[in-house]
Design a protein around this ligand. Structure first.
Ligand code: GDP
Ligand code: ZN
Length: 330
């Protein structure tokens, strides 16, 4: 008998894929047929047809998998006849590191040492918004600058984001983010993004001591120098059937996003979440929201409804988009 089900690619090295198959509950939503391997981790190679179509399965992809009674008997990777028969629609696709369907990006900064560069943080948030990835803000090292950490949290909560303040050193605030990760990420794929030195490795190791993520900064640097591509692997956050996944990457940097699906300056305001309510309310239909009289967004900044720092970032990103031709991003 032939079985057909869906699963998520957790790892892909040299054409060999590790796939977590849907639980029986999830399977039943798409198929009426049995799935004896439901909820298990299987290994298989991609079928040749993908190579002809120039589509390569990516880590994070949801795929359709076909297997047979024979596959159940021969579970070793080389001889089984499990195969990926289709790649389901992608929500988004990242080039470097190569992965698909990122749902949540933990955009991380330190309250101090190094102090955050807010336009860079806001640019990352915009890129996440543009690619349908939910940004979650992490403000670390709050032991070093508690007041500023709170101020930053206020800015991002006001903008409409979940924002966590924590110190991996004192442990303050780490329970809240651990709770979020365990309860809010069901089935979703997440990754950490942020500059180096802000404490990502320290935090990840504190949050997920059992994952042994390869976040050691030095080894990553060596690895980067030697390989042109970085492999991403998705790790289940806990043992639950519908748990969230975290991408084992050294964290995304802005550089990783320069070739990502970008946007034009006209779209920028839409990618600033708290600006959206005011778009269309300005006196001029072609308002750039930078300096015009009767601009609803500038009014909201003046009234304290939009944080000044967010609008300052808007101006800086707007100016950089104005100077950049679209083809520069290709
Ligand atoms: P990464 O490059 O973002 O992965 O940062 P690391 O985790 O390697 O941390 C960089 C430095 O910051 C190390 O010296 C850590 O000990 C320190 N650090 C990490 N978290 C904290 C924190 O919460 N408070 C303080 N004061 N230092 C921290
Ligand atoms: Zn305006």
């Amino acid at each position: 008998m032939e079985y057909r089900t869906h699963g998520k690619i957790l790892k892909g090295v040299g054409g060999l894929y590790t796939i977590k198959l849907d639980s029986l509950d999830a399977h039943k939503q798409n198929f009426d047929t049995p799935s004896p391997l439901a909820s298990t981790l299987i290994s298989c190679s991609a079928s040749g047809s993908f190579r002809h179509n120039h589509i390569k399965p990516l880590v994070g992809d949801s795929v359709e998998v076909i297997y047979t009674d024979h596959s159940l008997e021969v579970m070793d990777t080389k001889n089984n006849d499990i195969r990926i028969s289709a790649i389901l629609d992608r929500r988004n696709e990242l080039i470097r590191p190569p992965m698909a369907n990122l749902d949540v990006m933990f955009i991380s900064m330190a309250a101090a040492s190094p102090a955050p560069v807010l336009p860079t943080i806001d640019k990352l948030i915009c890129i996440a918004e543009h690619n349908d990835i939910e940004p979650v803000i992490i403000i670390g090292k709050c032991d070093l600058a508690p007041e500023y950490a709170k101020e930053l949290q206020g800015i991002y909560q006001k903008a409409g984001y979940d924002a966590f303040v924590l110190s991996a050193k004192t442990g303050e605030g780490t329970d809240a983010i651990r709770d979020y990760v365990n309860t809010r990420l069901g089935g979703k794929t997440s990754a950490f993004a942020g500059a180096s030195g802000i404490g990502k490795s320290t935090l990840l190791n504190a949050l997920f001591p059992n994952l042994s993520l390869t976040t050691n900064t030095i080894s990553i640097k060596i690895q980067r120098g030697r390989h042109t591509t970085r492999h991403v692997e998705l790790y289940p956050i806990n043992d639950a059937d519908n748990c969230g996944y975290i991408a084992d990457t050294p964290g995304f940097s802005l550089l990783d996003f320069e070739r990502f699906n970008f946007f034009d300056k006209e779209d920028l305001a839409y990618n600033m979440r708290e600006f959206r309510d005011y778009i269309g309310e300005c006196r001029y239909t072609k308002c750039t929201h930078t300096k015009e009289e009767g601009c609803a967004i500038l009014e909201a900044v003046k009234d304290g409804k939009i944080s000044k720092s967010r609008h300052d970032s808007f101006l800086e990103i707007y100016a950089s988009l104005k100077n950049k031709h679209k083809w520069d991003y290709k």
